[in-house]
Ligand binder design. Sequence first.
Ligand code: 2YC
Length: 274
Amino acid sequence: MTRLKTEDICQMPDTLETYDRDLKSVIGLSLKDLACRVAGLGPSAMDGYITGCRVCAVPVTSGQGIINNFSETLCAIASHLGFDAFISRQTDIAGLSEAFEENADIVLASDDDRFVAIHLGHRQVVDNSQATGRGFAFALDQMAGGLTSRPLLVVGCGPVGQHAALTAAALGARVTLCDLDWACCRDFAYRHRHYAEFSIADSLPAALRTHDLIIDATPAADILDVQSIGPAALIAAPGVPCGVSAEGRKMLGPRLLWDTLRIGVAVMLMEAVA
Ligand code: 2YC
């Protein structure tokens, strides 16, 4: 999991309204509507669950420690979606205890390895990597006007890529996996062979030339050479760094959906509360 830096997120709390407008222009849905769609409930039905639902972000000091603005950004996203969000005054286990004592319904917390939403009442855990994979597959479905029977390339066969691949397949796409670790793709395809048929690309440049729908689920910068990408291709890229270079991002414009945290967090919260 690539660790965010403060500079990746410090603008987010103040730009959520603008972000939501941009997202709606690219995928036709607001952040809340997208996350509700992933969670399988309509936004109005979801409102009944969201209103008054208390979300506590608990800073965690283990490993590389706290990322400045991380918990604040989680709270800002939760509030933007209509939740009653707050940050625990204390960190770690004391913070977790405080969340419980302050009647939090959902705790958001991340160490260096796992970022989860835990619904204390439903006893449910939603993992960020899984929620992000699902969120970006749905987002691409929206951008593309449907994935049914369409070839879709997932680059990166880690937790985010695997859940993006499963969700894209569930949405009808013909999914091809690509990863430097070919065996990882083979094992995933074999494990899920009764769920869907997953192809494996042995060359990324060739796969980029033959796919118009691409999910970049790698922690690698500049891995997607825009020269190999077709003029109609749509790309969904979760996380940091973006697999498309800065000039590539300019060239792609609204054909690229890149988001480092908001879609994953929104899906975590909606899936935890649904
Ligand atoms: O501020 C804190 O509580 C830190 N312990 C947070 C560490 C987050 C580490 N993970 C990341 O930077 C991201 C996740 C948000 C999703 C993938 N990587």
